[in-house]
Design a protein around this ligand. Sequence first.
Ligand code: ZN
Length: 67
Amino acid sequence: MVDLFSPWRRAQQMKSDHIDNRRLFEVVNETAILEPTEVEHLSTCEECLEMIRVLIRQNLSKSAEAS
Ligand SMILES: [Zn+2]
């Protein structure tokens, strides 16, 4: 599998307060809800937003395959 998260991991090493990508995955899959501090982080962090976009795209392609 292509490592989609490798640029993300590099970014995380530079800036330790990013939201864990597993958390973002759960939120995109509606199995978790963002904490207010995470919402605040997302409002200022383009990297986390881009990560969410990637996860949503993966989700959409998955549901397209299923139907
Ligand atoms: Zn971030």
